[in-house]
Design a binder for this molecule. Structure first.
Ligand SMILES: [Ca+2]
Ligand SMILES: [Ca+2]
Length: 225
């Protein structure tokens, strides 16, 4: 059963560890009171005696349905690729306004040890997903952190997404030094050792994050922003 993180003023939900094919998996979800984002920390520990390479894949339901429209990405274009650190989307306007917030999706930070190994992000599809490939030595732990932000304007969504790639300040609140050291998809977090080890054991692991963004971000409206 999930519990609230008392050391984080109950602003973080801690999910129980599940073991999947020799990997212990745990998720923590944090929503601050003083900023505009949700943070997913997914923690993977190799509990087996051999190296394991796994694919970590997010699953998303943005709530923007067939109106899903990509605004931009960290490279400055509307094509989301594995080279991007973030992307922003919104639900295409009907009439003069959209009741949905503009969304920012943060995959990682520049210069990180581990970037995206795959991404599916397209207009009209509100179920985008992206993938990381991790290699864990026996006993090793690595963590992947993602952020989502809901904002009143497209420009605000892009600005907040770019800010979160630093994984600093509010973005790293309620993470221990040990947890930050395990994060591999943000350079600022340092991350554990290198990954240049032969792939002894290939497995597929789907970490499905149900990012039901609409639930978290209501009452944000602005015409054509
Ligand atoms: Ca919607
Ligand atoms: Ca791009």
């Amino acid at each position: 059963m999930a519990t609230l993180d008392a050391s984080c003023s109950n602003r973080q939900i801690i999910y129980p560890v599940q073991t999947i094919g020799g990997v212990a998996v745990q998720r923590k979800v944090f929503v601050p009171t003083n900023d505009e984002f949700a943070r997913w920390t997914n923690i993977f520990t190799n509990t087996s005696g051999a190296a394991i390479t796994l694919q970590v894949i997010t699953g998303n339901n943005l709530g923007s349905d067939a109106g899903t429209t990509i605004v931009t990405s960290s490279s400055g274009d509307a094509a989301v690729t594995t080279a991007d650190n973030w992307a922003t989307t919104f639900q295409q306007f009907v009439g003069t306004t959209s009741g949905d917030p503009r969304l920012g999706h943060v995959f990682g930070g520049p210069g990180a040890l581990v970037g995206l190994s795959g991404v599916s992000f397209a207009n009209t599809d509100d179920n985008p997903f992206w993938r990381y490939t991790l290699t864990l030595q026996p006993g090793q732990t690595q963590a992947i952190v993602n952020f989502a932000t809901g904002q009143p304007s497209r420009a605000d969504a892009s600005a907040k997404a770019a800010e979160l790639t630093a994984l600093a300040g509010n973005a790293s609140a309620c993470m221990t030094a040990n947890e930050l050291a395990q994060v591999v998809n943000y350079a600022a977090a340092a991350g554990p050792g290198n990954q240049s080890v032969p792939l002894a054991d290939k497995r597929i692991l789907m970490a499905v994050a149900a990012m039901l963004l609409g639930l978290g971000f209501v009452a944000l409206r602005r015409n054509h922003a």
